[in-house]
Design a protein around this ligand. Structure first.
Ligand SMILES: O=C(O)CCC(=O)C(=O)O
Length: 305
């Protein structure tokens, strides 16, 4: 692991994010990308996922199917696609590997309205990275005593079609009592630049709490999600870009406001990311869309590989 200084840790607490170049080696990044290629080659795309964009099916059924696909994605590896990649019959217009938005958890309303997939638990390569000794050492450095992994995902940000991620705070979706117990680890598997959609942050914004939450709700007998409160208006000129090289890791405080822009370039921007929650004196909200299941309780980070 690149040596993390006390000064960098202080910077993380001050800004709400920290970029660590060369945290993973190029070979480790290549191994994750190769594993994803294998998963895509073998993936089965169920009809309810394809029909999200098909006009031939009843809209309500589509919405229910997609919602169910998303809400039950917590303990599974699932696939979500960019808009416009299926024809009316639900067949791919673009090759599978070029049309995928992310693997892990759902695309529902805006990009982030979902969190969690199970790559970190179901796939050997990603499990190894998530629980690697350097990740464990970093978590200890930032003071996590008993962290668990709550979700993970692989984001593709495809050339030309990878969409923007609007400004948000991760604790809107993954709420804890008290706040301040959630941290994201975002690993660039390719260079992330301003052109292909690197992250942008509002430094210091993690100290102002949250104004919006996404919660589970029942509409009749159907499990859905809804927002309580609304996102603040942000001044775009205050965001700073944080480009990072292949293998770099960005720590993201659960309340820091961040975003990424559309990828209008020729280069993809693959990322593996997961979230940790400190469990000590923390309550995971029962209203969060994501709940641990008997099949997949939140695994402790500090375990042997
Ligand atoms: O990778 C991206 O473009 C956005 C990721 C993000 O906002 C997050 O993980 O919270």
């Amino acid at each position: 692991m690149a040596f993390v200084t006390q000064e960098q840790i202080s910077q993380f607490h001050k800004d709400g994010f920290l970029a660590l170049e060369e945290f993973f080696t190029s070979e480790e990044c290549d191994a994750m990308q190769a594993q994803i290629r294998k998963i895509i080659a073998e993936m089965d795309v169920p009809p309810q996922c394809r029909t999200e964009f098909s006009t031939k099916h009843d809209e309500q059924l589509q919405a229910q199917g997609s919602a169910e696909y998303f809400l039950t994605s917590g303990d599974k590896i699932r696939f979500f696609f960019e808009k416009g990649v299926f024809d009316e019959e639900g067949e791919f217009l673009v090759s599978k590997d070029k049309s995928i938005n992310k693997i892990g958890h759902g695309k529902y309303e805006q990009w982030w309205l979902s969190q969690r997939g199970a790559l970190h638990a179901s796939d050997g390569v990603f499990k190894q990275v998530t629980h690697s000794s350097k990740v464990q050492a970093l978590a200890r450095k930032i003071g996590l005593e008993n962290p668990v992994v709550v979700q993970s995902m692989y984001i593709f940000k495809q050339p030309h079609i990878g969409g923007e991620v609007t400004p948000h705070q991760d604790s809107t979706f993954l709420h804890t009592e008290p706040l301040g117990r959630l941290v994201g680890l975002w690993i660039a598997l390719e260079n992330a630049t301003k052109e292909n959609g690197c992250l942008w942050f509002l430094p210091g914004s993690h100290t102002s709490g949250i104004t919006r939450r996404m919660v589970r709700t029942l509409q009749g007998t159907i499990l859905c999600t809804q927002f309580i409160g609304s996102e603040r208006e942000y001044d775009n000129s205050q965001f700073i870009p944080v480009p990072i090289g292949k293998g770099g890791l960005i720590l993201i405080h659960g309340e820091v406001v961040h975003k990424s822009e559309a990828n209008c370039s020729e280069a993809s921007r693959h990322v593996y990311t997961f979230h940790l929650m400190e469990t000590k004196e923390t309550v995971w909200s029962k209203d969060n869309w994501l709940q641990p299941t008997p099949e997949l309780p939140f695994p402790p980070l500090y375990m042997q590989n």
